[in-house]
Design a protein around this ligand. Structure first.
Ligand code: DX5
Ligand code: ZN
Length: 214
C-alpha cells in the first residue's frame, strides 16, 4: 500500500487547520522544519507542531532540516510528532545515533534523510535502528522544485538494503513528486510519497491524493 504524506510547506499558513483538514484522506502530514543554517530557508518549528497536533488524527511526519537535530528531537516528540527524521549530513554519526535513540525513548518513530548528493550507503550505519529512510528528490529548502529522476537508482539501492536488513522500514521520497513522477518512485521501491505543491495546487485535493497513490 502506497502512503501519501502531503507537505504543509505548500499550505496557507494563515489557514493551516483548514488546509490540514483538506488532506484528511492522506496517510501522514509532512511537516518541513528549516533553521536557515542546514538549508537556506526558515519555515516552522515546535510551537506550530504543538498547535496543529489536535487538528488531525493523522500521524505527523516531521522532517528536520536543521543543524544538530539531537538538540531538539525530544521537544518535537513532546510537541506531538509521530515520526521524526534527521538528515545524516546534519551532525556526526554518533550524534545522529543519539538523536534516533532519544526519539525512540519518547516512543516515536525515527528516520534518516539523505540529500541528493549523499549516497545510499550513508544510511547503512542507521538502517537497523530506523522506521523510515527518506530520499530527497530535490535539494532541501524549498517546495515547488523539479523532480530529480536521477535519484531513482539510489531509491532502488535502498529498497534492496531495506528488504535484506529491515523490511518493516518505510522508504519515503520528497521533492517534485506529482502524478507524473509518482509512478517511477513507486516502481523504484518507495512506499511513502511526500507531495507539497502537487497536493495543494490541485483543484480537487482528495482526487489528487488518490491519483498519487496510483
Ligand atoms: C523541501 C521539502 C519538501 C517540499 C516538497 O525541502 O522537504 O517536503 O515541501 O514540496 P514539493 O512537493 O512542492 O516539491
Ligand atoms: Zn520534506
Amino acid at each position: 500500500m502506497i502512503k501519501i504524506s502531503p507537505s504543509i510547506l505548500s499550505a496557507d499558513f494563515a489557514n493551516l487547520q483548514r488546509d490540514i483538514e483538506r488532506i484528511s484522506s492522506a496517510d501522514y502530514v509532512h511537516v518541513d522544519v528549516m533553521d536557515g543554517l542546514f538549508v537556506p530557508n526558515i519555515s516552522i518549528g515546535i510551537p506550530v507542531v504543538k498547535s496543529i497536533r489536535p487538528t488531525t488524527a493523522l500521524p505527523l511526519d516531521v522532517h528536520l532540516m536543521i543543524e544538530r537535530p539531537v538538540r531538539y528531537v525530544e521537544q518535537f516528540c513532546d510537541a506531538g510528532a509521530d515520526i521524526v527524521t534527521c538528515h545524516v549530513e546534519s551532525d556526526t554519526e554518533e550524534n545522529i545515533h543519539e538523536a534516533l535513540r532519544l526519539i525512540h525513548a519518547k516512543g516515536k518513530k525515527a528516520g534518516v534523510v539523505l540529500k541528493p548528493k549523499t549516497p545510499a550507503s550513508a544510511a547503512l550505519p542507521f538502517i537497523n535502528e530506523v522506521e523510515m529512510i527518506l530520499v530527497m528528490t530535490v535539494e532541501p529548502g524549498f517546495g515547488g522544485q523539479k523532480f530529480m529522476a536521477d535519484m531513482m537508482p539510489k531509491v532502488q539501492e535502498l529498497r534492496g538494503y531495506i528488504n535484506e536488513m529491515n523490511p518493516a522500514c518505510e522508504l519515503e521520497v520528497d521533492g517534485g513528486v506529482d502524478p507524473d513522477t509518482a509512478p517511477v518512485c513507486i516502481a523504484s521501491g518507495a512506499n511513502v510519497l511526500v507531495a507539497g505543491s502537487a497536493v495543494y495546487k490541485a483543484a480537487d485535493i482528495p482526487a489528487r491524493i488518490a491519483a498519487l497513490r496510483g
